[in-house]
Design a protein around this ligand. Structure first.
Ligand code: P70
Length: 461
């Protein structure tokens, strides 16, 4: 590989503080994962070497963000940091009104309670676990309207997050526009493999739903990473800044829910933002019931300051180039090693295709859950199941949902791991792949009622 290519995603920062990691033996890890019920969520983090469980809240903050933490105004009402955050949301996302929440699902909860009535339908470009749970708890039914290519791990469509307008139209014809309070549009789509939606498609969704009086709510949790793909892949955007693209995306919506633990380069936080004054009034009134006063929403002043400062950094192109470049580096290496992954390579994570990795393990023996456990035992690298366990059960029949995608996600915390950590990760997955014939599946021995993947327990078959 040429020098130029090798350096192409080099990080625009250096390391100032380090956090030691524990290394363990295979025997130690075999015991640890057994005691954790073969669920990587139930491992102790000190027993993990490289933690790719999630990119959520695991980011390394900058010196400027840490300096801002010392400027926390911890007043109960009217904290200065809230006003800094409000100004930053206006500047980078463009929304007129802001309601902070402790994290993304806090915003989803409030939004769902306000907009959804019993018997409503909420179309979306693939489900997300917490988003769908809140929609259902508010009495709604989620309907998947993502393009078919999104369910095919081998389709190389550049915008697998796109909404299929025909599916949306069919739903409107079937249930009536008055039963559809809003379309839930995620950018990027986590469960599809971190895949982006194109600006063209988002604009088309906006225009189409406006004809029917249906709102658009953006899950803008990873919208900055989506903006990067628009710049790279969509005609007409190569010379536009990430900040401009982000604002244009948000302008196609009525409101957004955001988990600040991703794009914003912080460890905690979230918000609901909107152009709609009535929605804002209701949200500001409801937030005090569940989260906290409308000028802190469950956050400390210092957290809001870190979010405001993180926003300035998240739109920097050098940073995004390194961030997404690191994910690409791992993905390309795995592809060269013959490992089945979802393509195109996503923004925040690599997704291993467990169905192709373990063709002999049937889906109800949990191939992705098995693969995540095997990788941990091999090297101490922690990943996350995104398959049948995550998909839960059908609310009516009580049967497992059988998703097309049976995946293991390697999510990359922002600004945390080095290229050598990436290499160790790839080597470990290759060695599990070499030994794949000897692996059997799992059976579930404990199943929690809500969002079962977090606490379910398994035993080896
Ligand atoms: C992840 C995290 C959180 C998330 C998200 C999108 C597109 C909303 C949220 C909620 C954490 C997670 C959550 C559920 C299951 C597994 C992991 N995603 N929308 O790792 O935000 O966590 O702040 O409440 O990705 O992908 P929050």
């Amino acid at each position: 590989m040429s020098e130029e290519k090798r350096r192409s995603w080099a990080e625009p920062f250096k390391i100032k503080v380090v956090e030691p990691l524990k290394t363990t033996t295979r025997g130690y890890r075999e015991r640890a994962i057994r005691e954790a019920g073969y669920n990587t969520f139930l491992l102790r983090s000190e027993d993990v070497y490289i933690d790719l469980l999630t990119d959520s809240g695991t980011n390394a903050m900058s010196d400027n963000q840490w300096a801002g933490m010392m400027l926390g105004d911890e007043a109960y009402a009217g904290s200065e940091n809230f006003y800094n955050l409000e100004a930053a949301v206006g500047k980078y996302y463009g929304y007129s009104y802001l309601v902070p929440t402790h994290q993304g699902r806090g915003a989803e909860h409030i939004l769902s309670q306000i907009l959804i009535s019993e018997g409503d339908y909420i179309p979306g470009n693939m489900y997300f676990t917490t988003t769908r749970e809140h929609q259902e708890r508010a009495g709604g039914t989620f309907v998947d309207v993502i393009i078919d290519e999104a369910h095919d791990p081998e389709s190389t469509h550049p915008f697998k997050g796109n909404v299929d307008l025909r599916k949306l139209e069919d739903l409107i014809e079937r249930v009536g526009a008055e039963k559809i309070p809003y379309v839930s549009v995620a950018a990027t789509v986590n469960m599809a493999g971190g895949q982006p939606i194109s600006m063209e498609n988002l604009r088309a969704v906006r225009e189409f739903t406006q004809l029917h009086g249906i709102k658009v709510v953006l899950d803008a949790t990873r919208a900055v990473e989506n903006a990067y793909f628009v710049k790279r892949r969509e005609e007409g955007y190569a010379d536009r800044s990430i900040a401009e693209i982000l604002r244009e995306m948000c302008s196609c919506s009525d409101a957004a829910t955001v988990s600040a633990k991703k794009d914003l380069l912080t460890n905690i936080g979230g918000f609901l933002a909107t152009f709609d004054e009535d929605l804002f009034e209701e949200a500001r009134s409801l937030v005090v019931v569940y989260e906290g006063l409308h000028t802190y929403g469950g956050l400390a002043g210092r957290d809001m300051e870190a979010m405001a400062r993180g926003m300035e950094e998240m739109v920097e192109e050098d940073y995004l180039h390194a961030r997404i470049g690191q994910v690409e580096y791992v993905g390309e290496k795995l592809l060269r090693g013959g490992i089945p992954i979802v393509v195109p390579i996503g923004g925040h994570a690599i997704f291993l295709d467990a169905k192709r990795f373990f063709p002999g393990i049937p889906q109800d023996h949990f191939p992705a859950q098995t693969l995540a456990a095997e990788i941990y035992v091999d090297s101490g690298v922690r990943t996350m199941e995104r398959g049948i366990v995550s998909a839960g059960r059908d609310r009516e029949t009580g049967e497992h949902n059988y998703p097309e995608l049976e995946l293991v996600r390697l999510a990359f915390p922002r600004r945390v791991y080095t290229q050598a950590h990436c290499d160790v990760t790839v080597e470990s997955i290759e060695s599990v792949h070499d030994n794949r014939e000897s692996v059997r599946g799992l059976r579930m021995v404990h199943e929690p009622k809500h969002l079962r993947f977090f606490q379910a327990r398994f035993e080896k078959l």
